[in-house]
Ligand binder design. Sequence first.
Ligand SMILES: [Zn+2]
Length: 434
Amino acid sequence: MSFVKRVSSAVKASYWVIGLMVATVVVLAAPTAAQASPLPIMHWGWNQSSTWWSGSIQVSQGYGCTYVPHEPYPPSWKGSCPSSAPRFHSGIDIGMGCNTTIVTPVPVVVVAIGGITATGARYSGGIDGGAGSGFGPYYPTLRLPDGHDVILGHVNKTLATRGQTVAAGQPIAVSGTQGNSSGCHLHFEVRAGGGGLFSDVDPTPFLTLANTPPPPPSHPIVNQAHGLCLDAAAQTVWNDGGIVQLWSCVGASQHNQQWYSVGNEIRNLMDGKCLDADWGGDGSYGGKVQMWSCNNGPNQQWVLNGSGQYVNQAHGLCLDADWGGDGTNGGKVQLWGCNSGPNQKWVPPSGPTSYTYHVVAPGGSLNERSAPSTSATYEGTLPNGATINIVCQTSGSSLNGSSIWDRLTNGYYVSDYYTSTPNFATWSPPIPHC
Ligand SMILES: [Zn+2]
């Protein structure tokens, strides 16, 4: 076929290495329900308001299991994390710029600063004490009215003295990047009163986070050659130059596979960065596609044409899933001369939310089930020829050689074997995976 590209073995080898490298990361994106661990996988938030700061600021790392280096491993008594996210983040990181004022919403007692109390003793066994602490030398430990302790990690300054009681509504600290920190942010941690490392609890209720404003409507972008999703690799999503790849569609809860449009920009819901054709290489076939801060450049402008292709406005090349590797997780996304291949066709952000097909059951009817299995609860019958609106496809019990099931707009499932979708034993792009 004309759209099959020849890829040199050297190029193939190089991106297979990339695929392997990122593989351990994006496994994280698996739904938490699939994990046996009682510990949460870290979550991500759109801009959040809180009683502890003014305005809305993005959560940059959630509480729970993480792959992020330098975080500690949880002790066995606290539960285990999956091998894909073996470390544990004991607080919530807020992407707060330097010297942002943090206000206490409740009256607090400053029981320690830098892990040192008013009497000069090390607090909670001194685990976090001293200038060498991971939280820096100025972080306060605040006793809440309910007896918990709050730690404000990495701050540049605490605006109170040791032992002082600070009233509700008063500034308590200014953010910074002290200690073990890669940039200005607030590490907000809640512990049992007087507790040390790993007495932490999920700080979410204490922050009273609220989405402000709510996230924009977003959608997956699904490649029609293999039904894989455009994915900003979680490992690098916060960096300019972050990896863009293909990955199994994991659902709307994982923001790194959700995209929204601003003009001709395609922005990622997790980090708000733009899908970007690398200036250095976007004039040639195989040019790099990456994540970058939005800057209005023509290399960040993508126009969806009538063929379902995204055409980059810097050089007129198309967003392309490398035919040599796009059937696998970690497959390369690149620029290429526009052609007729399905590997250059994507479900646009404004694409349909369901896909219309028909029941094909000559002389019979099709059962709707509560789950993708012939043994799931029977929910109803669709006659031969009935119109069905498919939201997504998933795999389930096998029927006549097909394990593909279609989820309908009413939430029920039907075996794909008895529908008019193009394939019955495999996925039928552009229908996304559930
Ligand atoms: Zn942190």
